[in-house]
Design a protein around this ligand. Structure first.
Ligand SMILES: [Zn+2]
Length: 262
């Protein structure tokens, strides 16, 4: 029984009962456990966190991939080889990335987790906050690069900015506080998501370079296309790392939780 809770109809089973807020939905007591996403039970457990991440990849990873390809492909082909365009390229990359993240995180939460229509009015402000959060995280990585591999516990920052209307610093504080009890698992999961990114970058760049080299090309004729291929490989390979940001948010979301390991 929840003290002071009004008695309502549970949207999941139709029972007339006091409803409990799971952080995503309001359901009756017996419906709390079955309505949790598997990743909400993964607290601190790397294997369950990665299994949950795989499931979340299936839930919106394809949408993110399509969006990133559409938004970034023209820039992959045009900008990276001309040093004068690196700064605008980073700016565009940050903007496109932030738009893709805010959109997919919002659609995933509203449609998939809550089963409601998407709150489109939240999109534009979410993109702005995600943009700032990504910039702050990027600067932090730059100036704290030796400890950037420990960023796992704050990997939900971008999702917090997109989904809970938090500013970058508030998001960092909240992400850190909520990860209490599961930080080691998040560090390990975060590191593991770098593997596909590194592999995709090296393999894509290496294959193109080898193909051109054996075709008789030398110098810039090899290096430039290989650099573009590596960038495309990186953009696809970083998908798990981006999806982890949303998965980490869900796995550390406060609200009704199972009392112990189920
Ligand atoms: Zn119910």
């Amino acid at each position: 029984m929840v003290e002071g809770a009004a008695v309502e109809t549970c949207p999941r089973c139709g029972t007339f009962a006091p409803l409990v807020d799971t952080g995503l939905k309001r359901v009756c007591g017996p419906c709390v456990e079955p309505s949790l996403h598997p990743i909400q039970r993964a607290r601190g457990d790397v294997v369950r966190l990665l299994a949950g991440l795989w499931q979340v990849m299936g839930e919106f990873g394809w949408l993110l991939l399509v969006l990133l390809a559409a938004l970034l492909a023209p820039w992959w082909l045009y900008a990276p080889l001309k040093p004068a365009t690196w700064l605008p390229f980073l700016f565009v990359f940050l903007s496109m990335m932030s738009a893709a993240e805010a959109l997919t995180f919002l659609v995933w939460r509203d449609r998939r987790l809550r089963g409601r229509p998407v709150e489109w009015s939240a999109l534009a402000p979410a993109i702005g906050r995600v943009w700032v959060a990504n910039l702050v995280l990027g600067l932090l990585s730059l100036f704290c690069s030796p400890v950037a591999f420990l960023f796992g516990p704050i990997s939900s920052v971008v999702a917090l900015a997109a989904l809970e209307r938090r500013g970058a610093l508030d998001a960092i504080r909240t992400a850190w506080a909520r990860s209490d009890g599961g930080r080691v698992g998040l560090v390990v999961a975060y590191l593991i998501t770098f593997i596909p990114m590194v592999v995709a970058t090296v393999v894509a760049g290496g294959l193109v370079a080898a193909f051109l080299w054996f075709g008789g090309a030398r110098g810039a004729q090899v290096v430039e296309p290989a650099a573009v291929a590596a960038l495309v490989g990186m953009s696809v390979g970083m998908l798990p790392a981006v999806v982890l940001q949303a998965a980490a948010w869900l796995s550390t979301l406060p609200g009704a939780r199972p009392a112990g390991p189920p």
